[in-house]
Structure formats: structure tokens, C-alpha cells
Design a protein around this ligand. Structure first.
Ligand code: MSP
Length: 524
């Protein structure tokens, strides 16, 4: 079976998770769930980045020692992922021994190869961003180029990693592999950066007297490892680098997902670290955009964060997942507002999908509850034909593989619109009046088939709603099971579950209308 390895960034534990973090993990979850039902052996990794002075300070501010502080905050992330239905396979914490061992091994390796050396470092340091800057950068920005705060001038002995030695190699690699970084704008940004800047060697240690909360540098115990060098290694430590089988089966990553703020770490430092260690490169580094509030990036320091748990409680987790994946294409920025969330819920979910399911199940109940399955004409209505063929299936797969989630959803919603229009145009109440019972039955049965197909396509985005439709509303337990068991199955279940007459399909439709899937949100 083909494998698919996808990673999220590992999140800092100095602040609580917000909708921006949730966005990355939901996007990765959609990709992971899609690939599972499409027959891949998926490994989905997330985790927390737990070292560095910022984190120690945050612990101190709460009167805690760093370890109990990071234990508590990483537990919050785990809890959030559970609430948001994130189907990760492993959760790595940089304070875990399995991670520290690999970081040490890599450093010793690189030292032995001559890629690490000791030298004097002069620079301007920004404590909150944990970044060093050159004098010119600080002058141009009037402070830290990232957060604009004041910086501190520092001169100290440190260890360096020879990034510059690999500069030409990286340039050549990127030229030859234009699909390594996506979207294109980010690829161009990285290429532009490399053309306009000479790569400086990377300072990869911090003296313990200044930064104590970190992995001890294996070559000199007066130092700890720079957090970014430590953090990037999570992608290989989590899957057992250096221990054989598991690593060889899973690596290289198929997608490293993150927001654009950390593209350079992933597209410059990380490939060079891997190259220097003789490890193959990930297939794709994908940087999505930022969720902003009033055109400002959402962040704890700006005090404009939106809490995903509160939103989920208010509107439902699947509605939130849908909104985030549908509202903006992965890769561009979006402005978050409650009103656009409510608008999406009311129009796409309550009106289009929710109403369709409710109306069809009502009609099925009213006219034929008992013999909805005793249908003779099983033809696809003409109106549906371009939505239940293999071309449609292929297009859906194409968009999902390309991480074009909003396009995939648009396609599904075009089928939903067609089904709603089919109801308007057919006027089933007239068929009933005119005694065209076979036609009426075919009409309702076809809509139920269509709803089953839609419920499969939306599974990566809205797993709970997909379950409610398939199991609780339509009695299609076998289709639902095929989705959740896809981990243990050979091959894709997608084509089967989305075909008009799935071979070996067991369900006898037993419709149950229950309550609406999505209550309308009152905006008055
Ligand atoms: N610890 C580093 C990552 C190390 S990966 C080896 C880090 N952590 S972070 O907590 O700051 O998380 C940054 C990531 O959170 C972004 O790359 C993105 O995935 C997500 N987001 C944080 N704010 C966001 C928005 N406002 N909008 C979209 N994504 C956001 O950087």
C-alpha cells in the first residue's frame, strides 16, 4: 500500500491554541482522512515545541517549573485536537526522550562530518521571537524585524551549522524541483530570498547561562540547542529515525504543512539539515495563509485571538471545520468574522445541505417508508449524470490531492444545488396527485442515493455529519464502516462508496428524519 506522511508544525506551548492553529490541524486532518479513504497508509503527525526561554518565562509567570507547565499546556493541545476530531497518529513533544536522542545523534553526526564549528557571534537578539538579527536588519526595521520590539546586542561564543556550504546546492535543488514549495507565491518568495541574500551559517546553540530550558548540546554541556534546530528534527524523531524499519517505511514526508510565517525554516534550514545528514528530502512544503482579524494576523500578543472551542460549542465542530476549509483557498489569507461564519452555516449548511436531507427524508417517510427499497428503475436521473460518474470522482480526488479543499467542496455543493433544483423542477407533490407512484419512488430513491454519495465526499471535512447522515439517517452502516475502517483495508473505498449502485452494498435504506442536521443561526 502507498504511504502518505503528513505533518503539522509543532506548536509553542507558551500560549493557548487559537483558530489559526486549529486551521492547520483541520487542513491536515482533511488530507489525512481523504488519503485513508483513498487507499493510502497514512501517518499523521502533530505535537508541541516545548523548549526555549519564552516557555520558561511563561512557566515562571504562572509560578510553575517548566516541565509541569509544558505538561499542562501540551495536554490542552491534545484536548483541543480531540474536540476538533483531529485523527492524528502520533503526538510528539520535544521534551520526550525519543526526540532528544535523535537531536543529539544528528548533532554528533554533523560535527563528525565537519559541518559544525565554534565561533564568536555578534548580533541583536529579540527575546520574544528568539531570533538574532544583523545590525542592518534591526536598523531597517527600527527594532526586531518580526515583532518591532527593542532588541539586545549580544556578543558570545557559539556553535554554528554550515548553512552557507549548501547554499548553491539548495538553489540548484529548488530550480530543479519547482513543486517542492507550494503555493507558487511561496516558492517565488524563497527563491527571491536566496537570490537577494547570502546564506549565513546558522547559530545553533545558546549559552546555558542565558537560555537554560533546552536540549543540552552534546558537544559542550555549557550550551543548549537552538529551539528551531531542535524543533525541525521532530519530523524524523517521531517516526524513529536511526531505528530502522518504521522510519524507512514512513519517511520522506509527503507534506509538511504550516503557515507562511515559518516557510523559510522549512524550505531553507530543514532541507539543508537533511541534505547534510544524508537523509532524503520531504516531497512538499506547503504554506497556507493567515487568518486575520481586521487585516491583522491573529496572535496572542495582539490580543485578537478567536477560541476554536468556544466557536465549536456555539456552532458545532463540523460547521466550524467546513467554514475554515471552504471560506478561503488554502494558501491565501482570510479575514475571520462571525458574520461570515454564520452566513456560511445558514446558506451552505442549513439551507443547501441540511434542507435537502430534511426534505428528502420527509418525503420518503410520508410517501414510502415501508418500500423505499423495492425500486425497479435504478437509472441515474439525467440531471445527476455528471455528478456520479468516474470523471467527477477523479476531479474530487484531484482537488483533494492538490490540497484544493475549497474547490473540492464547491464541486460537492454544485451537486447539492442540482439535487435541490431537481426537487423544485420535478414537483413531487404533483407526481403524487397524478398517481405516478413509480416515478415518485424513483425520484426519492435517486435523491437518497445522491445524499449517500455526498455524505461520503464530505467525510474528510465533516466526519460527524457524514456519520449522522450515513448511519443515523439512511441506515448505510456498511458505507460508514468502509470509511472508518479504511485504515485497515487494501485499496480505495472512495470509488465504491460513491458509485450509483455499489457492488455488494448491503443497506436497505431505512430513513429517519430526526432533527435538522444544521439548525439555522438566528442573526436578529
Ligand atoms: N514552534 C514553531 C513551529 C516549529 S515546526 C518545526 C511555531 N509554533 S507556533 O505555535 O507559533 O505555530 C505557528 C503555526 O501555527 C503556523 O505555522 C500555523 O500553522 C499556525 N498559525 C498560527 N497563527 C495562525 C494564523 N493566524 N493563521 C493561520 N495559521 C496560524 O511557529
Amino acid at each position: 500500500m502507498d504511504k502518505f506522511y503528513i505533518t503539522t508544525p509543532i506548536y509553542y506551548v507558551n500560549s493557548s491554541a487559537h483558530i489559526g492553529h486549529a486551521y492547520t490541524n483541520i487542513a491536515c486532518d482533511c488530507a489525512a482522512r481523504f488519503n485513508r479513504i483513498n487507499g493510502k497508509d497514512v501517518f499523521f503527525l502533530t505535537g508541541t515545541d516545548e523548549h526555549g526561554e519564552k516557555i520558561k518565562k511563561a512557566a515562571q509567570a504562572q509560578g510553575k517549573d517548566p516541565l509541569s507547565f509544558v505538561d499542562a499546556v501540551s495536554a490542552n493541545f491534545l484536548n483541543l485536537w480531540k474536540i476538533l476530531d483531529i485523527s492524528y497518529d502520533d503526538f510528539i513533544r520535544t521534551t520526550q526522550q525519543r526526540h532528544k536522542n535523535v537531536v543529539r545523534k544528528i548533532l554528533i553526526d554533523l560535527y563528525d562530518k565537519g559541518d559544525i564549528y565554534k565561533s564568536q557571534y555578534k548580533g541583536f537578539y529579540c527575546m520574544p521571537c528568539e531570533s538574532f538579527w544583523t545590525e542592518t536588519q534591526v536598523k531597517e526595521a527600527g527594532g526586531c524585524p518580526e515583532c518591532k520590539r527593542d532588541v539586545e546586542e549580544i556578543v558570545e561564543e557559539n556553535f554554528f551549522f554550515k548553512l552557507s556550504k549548501y547554499e548553491q546546492w539548495l538553489k540548484d535543488y529548488l530550480k530543479e524541483n519547482p513543486d517542492f514549495i507550494k503555493p507558487k507565491t511561496r516558492y517565488n518568495e524563497v527563491i527571491g530570498f536566496l537570490e537577494n541574500n547570502k546564506l549565513e551559517d546558522l547559530c545553533i546553540t545558546r549559552p546555558k547561562q542565558r537560555v537554560s530550558w533546552g536540549i543540552e548540546f552534546p558537544l559542550d554541556n555549557n550550551y543548549v540547542v537552538y529551539v528551531w534546530f531542535d524543533a525541525l528534527i521532530n519530523y524524523i524523531s517521531a517516526i524513529g529515525f536511526g531505528q530502522g524499519d518504521k522510519f524507512d517505511k514512513i519517511w520522506p514526508a509527503d507534506v509538511h504543512m504550516m503557515a507562511k510565517d515559518i516557510i523559510r525554516h522549512h524550505a531553507i534550514f530543514w532541507p539543508i539539515m537533511l541534505k547534510a545528514c544524508g537523509i532524503s528530502l520531504p516531497k512538499l512544503v506547503f504554506a497556507h495563509g493567515w487568518w486575520k482579524i481586521d487585516e491583522e494576523k491573529m496572535s496572542k500578543s495582539l490580543g485578537n485571538i478567536v477560541n476554536p472551542i468556544e466557536l465549536g460549542n456555539e456552532f458545532g465542530i463540523d460547521a466550524l471545520r467546513y467554514f475554515l476549509m471552504r471560506e478561503i483557498p488554502l494558501g491565501v489569507d482570510g479575514n475571520f468574522s462571525r458574520s461570515s461564519l454564520i452566513q456560511r452555516i445558514n446558506s451552505d449548511l442549513a439551507n443547501d445541505l441540511g434542507n435537502l436531507v430534511f426534505r428528502v427524508l420527509n418525503m420518503a417517510d410520508k410517501y414510502f417508508q415501508a418500500d423505499i427499497n423495492s425500486i425497479e428503475n435504478k437509472d441515474i436521473p439525467n440531471e445527476f449524470s455528471s455528478f456520479v460518474d468516474s470523471q467527477f470522482n477523479d476531479q474530487y480526488i484531484y482537488h483533494m490531492q492538490a490540497l484544493e479543499f475549497s474547490c473540492a467542496l464547491e464541486k460537492i455543493w454544485s451537486f447539492i444545488s442540482v439535487m435541490n433544483k431537481y426537487i423544485e423542477d420535478t414537483k413531487p407533490w404533483n407526481l403524487k396527485k397524478e398517481g405516478k407512484i413509480e416515478e415518485l419512488k424513483h425520484f426519492i430513491w435517486s435523491l437518497i442515493q445522491g445524499i449517500r454519495i455526498v455524505a461520503v465526499y464530505i467525510y474528510p471535512f465533516m466526519p460527524q455529519i457524514s456519520r449522522k447522515i450515513l448511519k443515523n439517517r439512511l441506515n448505510c452502516d456498511d458505507v460508514w464502516q468502509s470509511l472508518v475502517d479504511s485504515k485497515n483495508r487494501e485499496g480505495s473505498v472512495l470509488k465504491w462508496a460513491c458509485s450509483w449502485l455499489p457492488n455488494g452494498f448491503l443497506a436497505e435504506y431505512k430513513t429517519d428524519k430526526k432533527t435538522p442536521l444544521f439548525p439555522r443561526i438566528d442573526v436578529s
